[in-house]
Design a protein around this ligand. Structure first.
Ligand code: PA5
Length: 422
């Protein structure tokens, strides 16, 4: 089977004996995950195989494309970051997407002055249907839409992605106002939802190839199920777990050498932080995810990673082939200073810089691993998403925490509501 993602963990500075000592725990974690999945409790791992929902999503997307050239996605956290990641990495030629997640009056007023509502649809995404930031922005944008197209026609522009549950106020509103609903899967938390309509409806609207995203995710998930402890997801989790528990390396850097994966870094930060930063038997535990971009952060963060506290792991994402190639011209024959790069390609520079950074970390006895994708493609992105979701599941099991709740987030939501209701 073709694989869209490989993992080189030779420089993780973990011995075979250490790996063997945790192997049984990883196998048990795998069995628990699989049992839960079969019981229907880890539905995010089955999303890559859910082609029926995809047909409905593709149909809704075609309806948007027929009438609009632009869609605004209103949502936050897991209801925002996955779709943003796909849009940044893959783009699309059918419609442009704009994301509104922060109730920052300056960015929202900038958005308001730039919308042509006649050409624009809006997708409001909230699993709970109650989130303060999302609903505040939606209420502001909806008013602007109604001013422009009238109450009677405004519903034709609005899509709502939420749990189709009578408890969701957003679902109630959607029903009353006749907004089209894209169902948010009931048992899947926001940060694990990118491969459902939450991430894939906006992607399909933009014209990204969602079937290929799912195909890539299916390949990685099949590899996980077949190879168990030897899968990329399980090995990644095992390395991070040993690094964290045995060597106190609690800061987990993900450094992609590709600008178009910077949003992926933000998506990773959420799933790793919100799932794994928990209180276990009264003790606060969890890794701190850090998103970095190569080569930019070589000139910003690498000093710290090489010589600062030895409390980090670094995982590179390397793109083997970029979709464009640019050659550096040979110029200034009378100056030798830049002879070494004249005639080389820009991608060669990124590749060698990543290898150089890996080497420097190794020289400083700092662990690193490399996730390698052939290209930034729908398949590799799908593989990356499901692999990190599964790795999060393994980490949660190994750490003995519930990776699927977020009591700390809910506390903040309640407190904000209390302050605003005064
Ligand atoms: O992953 C999560 O559960 C959270 O980040 C949520 O996605 C975020 O709080 C937004 O919640 P909702 O989708 O209910 O608006």
């Amino acid at each position: 089977m073709e694989s869209f993602l490989t993992y080189d963990d030779r420089n993780m500075r973990i011995t075979d004996a250490e790996r063997r000592s945790v192997r049984k725990a990883v196998l048990e974690a795998h069995m628990r995950i699989e049992k839960a999945r079969v019981r229907g409790e880890r539905e995010f791992l089955d999303l890559p195989f859910d082609l029926r929902s995809m047909t409905a999503i593709a149909r809704a997307a075609r309806r948007v494309q027929k009438r609009f050239t632009h869609m605004i996605i209103v949502g936050i956290g897991g209801s925002d970051l996955g779709a943003r990641t796909i849009w940044q990495a893959l783009g699309g030629s059918k419609a442009t997407l704009t994301f509104a997640s922060n109730p920052d009056p300056e960015s929202i007023s900038h958005l308001l002055t730039s919308i042509d509502w006649k050409q624009t649809a809006m997708n409001v995404v909230s699993k709970s249907g109650t989130t303060l930031e999302t609903m505040a922005i939606f209420m502001v944008l909806r008013e602007s839409l109604i001013k422009e197209v009238g109450t009677k026609h405004h519903a034709e522009h609005i899509f709502v992605t939420t749990e189709p549950s009578p408890d969701s106020p957003l679902f109630q509103i959607a029903t009353e106002e006749a907004y089209e609903v894209i169902p948010h899967p009931l048992n899947i938390g926001g940060r694990f939802s990118v491969l459902s309509g939450v991430g894939l409806f906006p992607a399909a609207v933009s014209g990204a190839n969602v079937r290929r995203i799912l195909a890539g995710a299916r390949t990685a998930e099949t590899e996980r199920r077949e190879r168990k402890c030897e899968s990329v997801a399980a090995r990644f989790a095992l390395n991070q777990f040993i690094s964290m528990t045995k060597y106190a390396r609690t800061n987990h850097v993900l450094m992609a050498y590709a600008d178009l994966l910077s949003q992926f870094g933000f998506w990773y930060r959420q799933i790793w932080a919100e799932s794994l930063g928990k209180v276990r038997h009264g003790v606060s535990i969890g890794p701190t995810p850090i998103a970095a971009i190569g080569a930019i952060d070589q000139h910003s963060q690498i000093q710290l990673y090489n010589e600062g506290p030895d409390d980090k792991t670094t995982t590179f994402i390397e793109v083997e082939r970029f979709r464009r190639s640019i050659r550096i011209p040979k110029v200034w024959g009378n100056h030798e200073a830049f002879d070494y790069i004249g005639g080389l390609s820009l991608e060669r520079i990124l590749h060698d810089e990543r290898a150089g950074t890996e080497h420097a970390l190794t020289m400083h006895h700092r662990p690193s691993g490399t996730l390698r994708i052939h290209a930034i493609s729908p398949e590799s992105l799908g593989s990356l998403f499901i692999t990190f979701e599964a790795a999060t599941a393994y980490m949660g099991e190994l750490m003995g925490v519930n990776a699927y709740n977020q009591p700390g987030v809910e506390e903040g939501k309640r407190e904000a509501r209390r302050l605003l209701s005064r």
